[in-house]
Design a protein around this ligand. Structure first.
Ligand code: NAI
Ligand code: PHE
Length: 355
């Protein structure tokens, strides 16, 4: 219920409703401990406002951890635009009105929250937001922004896949079976990189056009509903979060998990079930930080593209640290990554907050 969803440990929840379009806007600031909150704008049709609040809260929390573990001087937040219908049923004029209202809301937060692209928003949407507010990452390159973060995210996920396969004893990706769920901006690139590395690709999506393209490229299509039952060496969820609950964790026929989706596991228990079965899971807020490096690196820290690539490749090393800590302490990889992030977020860690 909304009552339950509002009992949340983050710093701020902002909501607004637009009667004309039937849209509800949510911005959640989880933490400004390390800097202004940042995280993308997700647009979707939710079953209820409670679901939208819950999604925004979980995603904002993941952004806090992502920024902390990645040593970026930002906090965590997220926007959810709860649409009156699925995104593809919203006409252009309505969408522009929705973006303009969202931009007004962001502007009222006066820089305590910086947005960027997420599921169902792209660089041209960021351009539209930037007509009303300056607190926007990921505008198109022609408009002075860093452009799409998808390529950097995919590169980081690829590094995570390699590091995870190696640690799990699978060696390199060459000859390994990799199942990619979601062939969007990130997943499409992940498929390309994994194929170049010699992996055998199984692919799933709900969009028939994307499947056709992947099939033409020589990859094997798996029905979207069969993903959790399809044997593979490594599973890369690159669609939506919440894909692995305890039941799925108990049966998914894979050795390793590393993907782009935020909040892949529904809860800590799912991570424990995976661990007990010897399935090595790359914490998503470590694996998918390439997009944050791309946006925050270039637009806040003055990095060039080479800097972004170098830092994104470092995701493999961060994961090695996570895996070693998890082995030493006998805790899940998710818990180990949380430890690293929380060490930087703790009040005692002044170096982080003042740098
Ligand atoms: P996208 O919207 O371009 O791609 C998502 C793809 O998943 C689409 O092709 C869609 O048809 C497919 N899909 C949706 N439901 C599915 C299902 N049930 N089964 C199979 N396929 C399904 O999104 P994008 O940008 O590629 O992001 C993918 C994930 O990565 C999202 O969860 C996003 O939050 C996360 N992420 C993205 C970053 C970025 O820089 N774009 C950065 C960090 C995380
Ligand atoms: N939405 C993406 C993510 O979850 C990219 C992003 C990063 C957007 C940082 C804004 C800020 O990482």
């Amino acid at each position: 219920s909304i009552d339950d969803e509002l009992r949340w440990d983050g710093e701020l929840t902002v909501t607004r409703h637009d009667r004309e379009t039937g849209t509800t806007f949510v911005i959640r600031i989880d933490s400004t401990r390390l800097g202004p909150a940042s995280g993308g704008t997700r647009a979707a049709h939710y079953p209820s406002i409670g679901h939208a609040l819950a999604d925004a809260g979980k995603l904002a929390g993941a952004m806090t951890l992502k920024m902390a573990v990645s040593d970026l001087p930002m906090g965590g937040g997220k926007s959810v635009i709860a649409l009156p219908a699925p995104r593809n049923q919203i006409d252009a004029a309505t969408w522009t009105r929705i973006l303009d209202i969202h931009a007004e809301n962001i502007d009222k937060l006066e820089g305590n929250y910086w947005t960027g692209p997420d599921v169902n928003t792209n660089s041209s949407d960021m351009d539209q937001l930037s007509r009303t507010t300056k607190y926007v990452f990921g505008r198109s390159v022609g408009n002075g922004g860093a452009g799409s973060s998808a390529h950097a995210t995919a590169l980081g996920v690829f590094e995570a896949m390699k590091a995870t396969a190696r640690r799990r004893g699978l060696g390199t990706l060459d000859g390994r079976t990799v199942l990619v769920q979601g062939l969007g901006a990130v997943g499409g690139d992940v498929v390309r990189l994994a194929a170049q590395a010699g992996a055998r690709l199984l692919v799933a999506d709900t969009d028939p056009q994307r499947l056709e393209a992947a099939s033409l490229a020589g990859h094997t299509v798996v029905p979207a509903g069969e993903v959790l039952r399809t044997p593979c060496d490594l599973f890369a969820p690159c669609a939506m979060g919440g894909i692995i609950d305890s039941a799925a964790a108990a049966s998914i026929p894979t050795m390793a998990v590393a993907g782009a989706a935020n909040n892949i596991l529904t809860d800590a228990a799912a991570g424990e079930v995976l661990r007990d079965r010897g399935v090595l899971c790359a914490p998503d807020f470590v694996a998918n930080a390439g997009g944050a490096f791309h946006l925050v690196g270039q637009e806040v820290l003055g990095w060039n593209e080479d800097d972004v690539v170098e830092r994104t490749r470092g995701i493999g090393r961060t994961l090695d640290e996570v895996y070693s800590l998890s082995e030493e302490r006998g805790i899940t990889t998710e818990a180990a990554a949380l430890m690293l992030a929380r060490a930087r977020l703790s009040p005692a860690s002044t170096a982080a907050a003042t740098s």
